[in-house]
Design a protein. Structure first.
Length: 190
């Protein structure tokens, strides 16, 4: 990795200074990231990202004394670790939203599939048309085109999280519309 970071620096003096800092603080940066994240791979990725940031902006760091550099470096690791934790939290929340309820009710996806199997799919399609455009678009792409949330995000120029949230909210609204029309079907887990 060190050779990658050094290749990003312009002159030999910067390379020598960076190498000294890397050799001196490399293990402590990784250890600190691991203490924040409690996951070796995430800690390595975070430490790597921090060193890349320092290599890209080394001209800003070269005038700092070693204590100031170490403090600044640890702050970079903290910020990157916080980003990893936020991402994991969002993914966990998203997975919790997409998992079936354990109280005997099917998840929204299973409920919609059950409606399609039991009822005429045209009822579901007509109900999707009643939704706001933002929900209608993602539901059509997800169910009718069988696109993944990532593909939908790319097609609609949205963030993945936005697409997942619209899918979740759209499903709930669609189920409410279907239930108003008298389409009721509940699956129970065996």
């Amino acid at each position: 990795m060190l050779s990658l970071y050094l290749s990003m620096l312009a002159n030999e003096e910067d390379k020598l200074n960076f190498e000294n800092l890397y050799r001196k603080y490399g293990k402590s940066v990784l250890k600190y990231a691991n203490s924040l994240l409690h996951h070796r791979q995430n800690a390595e990725d975070t430490a790597h990202g921090a060193w890349l940031y320092v290599a890209e902006h080394f001209h800003q760091f070269q005038f700092l004394d070693e204590v100031s550099f170490k403090n600044y470096m640890m702050k970079i690791v903290e910020n990157q670790s916080a980003g990893v934790i936020r991402k994991q939290t969002r993914e966990t929340e998203w997975l919790a939203d997409t998992q079936p309820d354990l109280e005997g009710n099917a998840s929204d996806d299973e409920m919609l599939l059950a409606f399609c199997e039991k009822e005429d799919c045209l009822v579901v399609i007509e109900s999707i048309k009643q939704l706001d455009a933002c929900y209608r678009d993602v539901l059509n792409l997800f169910y009718l085109n069988e696109s993944s949330p990532k593909e939908i995000a790319k097609m609609l120029c949205l963030k993945d999280a936005t697409v997942r949230k619209r899918l979740s909210r759209g499903r709930k609204k669609l189920i409410a519309i279907l239930q108003e029309k008298g389409v009721n079907y509940e699956m129970e887990y065996e």
